[in-house]
Design a protein around this ligand. Structure first.
Ligand SMILES: C[S@@+](CC[C@H](N)C(=O)[O-])C[C@H]1O[C@@H](n2cnc3c(N)ncnc32)[C@H](O)[C@@H]1O
Ligand SMILES: [Zn+2]
Length: 299
């Protein structure tokens, strides 16, 4: 990309070189044009301008569209605590391995990974380390999550958007799309993925956190989840690889509280009820983590 070799463009994006490199791959939500770095902002040739938040992420939303409800500041802080302790490191390793297996065909000089519902950027940062000279675009609705994603790695740009709508990414501009425990829109993923690229999707299996579901009243996982995900992606994608990631974690009550607070059950459980239920359980709990890592190519 021309901006990779253009240090002036890097300077115009202020302290976020990732945005300078990645701006041309982003899409103006008003008119679809590509974006260029301006002073603390991104702008398109037609004059639409999107200011950077103080923390460095940028919202690319169509006019008058309010963003989707992303994870709250509390959920994001809990996610950072839990993931930062390394409990889900085997999932990051499986995503790295799945991605490594499909990037051989990519020839772009500045290849990019788009993470749909990136959260704190934990998995995207691990991929940046794994892949070396790749760039990452974290998409999420949650501003507190994006602030962390930006800090997670210097080659990550963080964009606020609603992944159910048109993604703020140019056609075929992503070489890999990853989607970990987060919403996905198959039609849009197919549009933004380059023909030589691949999609890596991580979904929980019904065994995920199985010891905690009845004990704490967590939301269970639909046994047909993987089949439903494949069916919704099938018009656009074909499955090319599958990895099962199953491992046991030893968690303290504090770990479990963070785990509950970062997930979907946080929206319907009372933290006091969780504390009371935990008091009846041993302090070092064996808890199963279980996920499917599925890789797809464009059909
Ligand atoms: C369960 S978290 C997973 C985060 C990250 N992938 C991880 O595994 O650590 C789901 C993420 O999707 C984001 N999200 C939910 N609905 C969204 C939407 N409509 N558009 C963009 N992001 C959304 C949330 O803010 C949250 O960060
Ligand atoms: Zn525009």
């Amino acid at each position: 990309m021309s901006s990779v070799r253009n240090p002036g463009a890097r300077r115009r994006a202020g302290s976020h070189p990732s945005l300078a490199v990645l701006a041309a791959r982003l899409r103006c939500p008003n008119c679809g044009a590509s974006l260029t770095p301006a002073e603390r902002a991104l702008a398109c040739a037609r004059g639409h301008r999107f200011d950077l938040a103080r923390q460095g992420h940028v919202a690319l939303l169509p006019p008058r569209r309010r963003n989707a409800r992303g994870d709250s500041a509390q959920m994001v802080a809990a996610r950072e605590t839990f993931l930062g302790a390394g409990h889900y490191a085997p999932i990051a390793a499986a995503i790295n391995a799945a991605t490594r297996a499909v990037v051989g065909r990519v020839t772009d000089s500045a290849p990019s990974v788009v993470d749909l519902g990136a959260g704190t950027g934990y998995y995207l940062a691990a991929l940046m380390e794994e892949l070396g000279d790749w760039w990452g675009i974290a998409l999420d609705a949650s501003a507190p999550a994006l602030r962390r994603a930006l800090r997670a790695h210097p080659r990550i740009a963080a964009i606020a958007c609603d992944v159910w709508h048109q993604l703020p990414i140019q056609d075929a501009a992503a070489h890999v799309v990853v989607n970990v425990f987060a919403p996905r829109n198959g039609h849009e993923i197919a549009r933004v993925l380059s023909p030589d690229g691949a999609l890596v999707v991580v979904t929980p299996t019904p065994h995920h956190l199985q010891q905690l579901v009845p004990a704490l009243g967590l939301l269970g996982i639909d046994p047909d989840k993987q089949a439903r995900v494949r069916a919704t992606l099938s018009p656009h994608f074909e499955a090319v690889a599958h990895r099962a990631v199953d491992f046991d974690m030893t968690l303290t009550h504090g770990d479990v509280q963070a785990l509950v607070s970062m997930g979907p059950s946080a929206r319907h459980l009372d933290p006091d009820d969780v504390r009371h239920a935990l008091a009846h359980l041993p302090d070092d709990l064996r808890v199963t983590a279980s996920a499917n890592v599925d890789t797809f190519r464009r059909a």
